[in-house]
Design a protein around this ligand. Structure first.
Ligand SMILES: Nc1nc2c(ncn2[C@@H]2O[C@H](COP(=O)(O)OP(=O)(O)OP(=O)(O)O)[C@@H](O)[C@H]2O)c(=O)[nH]1
Length: 408
């Protein structure tokens, strides 16, 4: 993605020269494009993305906010933060022999990422089959990966018509921002380049008529003014500069001083926009990542108990009553307990298979009661999808995805 941004002129020649010389000094020249999005010293030293990098670029018909989420399993919570804000996803896989297989094995990150984005509501997927230069642009290798992934993605809930596979090389830049010139690739591939794949994604409809909900994904000092900025995505409704909002779950009032979209001062932002706002009359100490800014006259329900339909992932220890979990919703990670197993239900029809099951095992769907340790903002899935979805994790492993069906 760093190389794509470079090709699109989003990185100056001076910046790329700096990345080139500095990465060369550390003997990591192959990472010069990765450094465009991996900005911290630790990310660069370790050669991995840890936090969600954000940048903006344009295609023929769209303005795209790119959220570069970490691939490493230690940083899945950050990946969830990125994925909850995403309309569509690019799943990047490494075509090198052995590397694709490692990611695709049971327990590998390719599977977990695909399942996570699907569970978080993303249904359009571009599969970027990268590093094809390392296998001499082999069509057989491309097809092998397409067929292995295809079956799995279908199982994960993606429709075949919503998946596009694109071959490319992030290193040589082949097939990123313009059609490839590489003879070994164009001998068998005449489909779209990555930029066109992105341009061809369907724009989802935006819940503009619903009350304002903006989830806070980052808080930082604003340069100059001495105040602070709150970054996040407007999930529903419209956000106006100058309006009063409710900061939830604390239910305290604050005033939106200014709204920025890609550092440009705007008077209004809409559902789907990634924004930063500055707040007036509010103490930064009281704010945390995962909080919500809501419409004053129409706040979000706050609760410590709700009912949900969950789908259990590939777990080894069955889920029983009293099971402690970490609940991830938008950028929030909150301790919670599964306090009741109401029923096991049929995966597709939703009919009750068994009442009060004693345990839930891999692949089951169930109706459960979950009690977060502290009150949190929730919405019914059928009313506000963005805030009615969550993931459950235990000791760094994702164990289930859920939809909120009743709020107590
Ligand atoms: N040969 C080859 N190397 C590549 C290609 N794309 C990336 N690399 C190299 O792979 C390494 C990792 O690149 P990153 O961009 O950090 O990979 P990533 O998938 O974002 O990894 P995370 O940051 O951990 O999520 C760097 O050394 C890149 O130069 C490619 O198409 N071909």
């Amino acid at each position: 993605m760093g190389h794509l941004l470079y090709r699109l002129g989003r990185v100056t020649a001076r910046e790329i020269h700096k990345h080139e010389t500095e990465s060369k000094k550390l003997g990591k020249q192959s990472f010069m494009y990765a450094w465009i999005l991996d900005e911290t010293g630790e990310e660069r030293n370790r050669g991995i993305t840890m936090d969600v990098g954000q940048s903006l670029f344009e295609t023929n018909s769209k303005i795209i906010t790119l959220l570069d989420a970490p691939g490493h399993k230690d940083f899945i919570p950050n990946m969830i933060t990125g994925a909850t804000q995403a309309d569509v996803a690019l799943l990047v896989v490494d075509a090198t022999r052995g590397e694709f297989e490692t990611g695709f094995e049971s327990g590998g990150q390719t599977r977990e990422h695909a399942l996570l984005v699907r569970s978080l509501g993303v249904n359009q997927l571009g599969v970027v089959i990268n590093k094809l230069d390392t296998v001499s642009w082999s069509q057989d290798r491309f097809q092998e990966i397409v067929s292995k992934l295809g079956g799995f993605l279908k199982q994960a809930g993606f429709r075949e018509s919503d998946i596009v596979y694109v071959p490319c090389s992030g290193l040589t830049g082949e097939n990123l921002a313009s059609p490839s010139q590489e003879p070994a690739l164009i001998a068998w591939y005449s489909g779209p380049c990555l930029l066109d794949v992105i341009d061809n994604f369907k724009t989802p409809s935006r819940p503009l008529n619903k009350p304002l909900r903006m989830s806070v994904s980052d808080i930082y000092k604003s340069a100059g003014s001495g105040g602070f900025c709150v970054a996040g995505r407007v999930e529903t409704g419209v956000l106006l500069a100058g309006e009063k909002v409710l900061v939830q779950p604390q239910n305290e009032m604050a005033t939106i001083k200014a709204v920025y979209v890609d550092e440009v001062n705007m008077s209004v932002a809409y559902a789907g926009d990634n924004v930063s706002v500055t707040l007036l009359n509010y103490d930064q100490q009281n704010l945390s990542v995962g909080f919500l800014l809501s419409e004053l006259s129409n706040p979000c329900p706050v609760t410590s108990k709700f009912e949900a339909r969950i789908v259990v992932f590939n777990i080894t220890t069955p889920i029983t009553i009293g099971y402690p979990v970490v609940l991830h919703q938008q950028s929030l990670a909150e301790s919670a307990v599964i306090t009741r197993l109401l029923s096991q239900v049929h995966k597709t029809t939703g009919e009750i298979v068994r009442n009060k099951p004693r345990a839930l095992t891999k692949g089951m769907s169930a109706q459960v009661i979950i009690e977060p340790v502290r009150p949190m903002c929730v919405e019914l899935y059928r009313e506000v999808k963005e805030l009615g979805r969550f993931m459950l994790r235990v000791s760094g492993v994702t164990i289930a995805a859920g939809l909120i069906t009743k709020i107590y």
